[in-house]
Write a protein of this length. Sequence first.
Length: 118
Amino acid sequence: MLKINGQDIAASPSSFVVTTMDLDDGESSVRTADGTLNRDRIAVKRQIEMSWGVLRWSDISAILKSMDGVFFDVTYPDPMAGTHLTKSFYVGNRPAPFAVQQGNDILWNGLKVTLTEK
């Protein structure tokens, strides 16, 4: 189950990777002269990387439009929580390579997105 803003995603990704990230305070997380790390973790966030194989024009358009807000809710299976979570994310670059034109339709191959928790 993968949803964006409560709606099923238009096409299932062929690759789906969840990364759990620690965010440290840049000023107070430092190494001492003997190499010891003094770390101040300020948050634990998720990053989701997804990619798709061949997509019809209507499907790639629906996927990209679902992520056009500054922030949006994503419901996804979280490996650390062991259940589905809904969190607010934003999207980075969204490369969408052209594959081939088929009549009036264009097939796109290799859409990749990286979502980062707000």
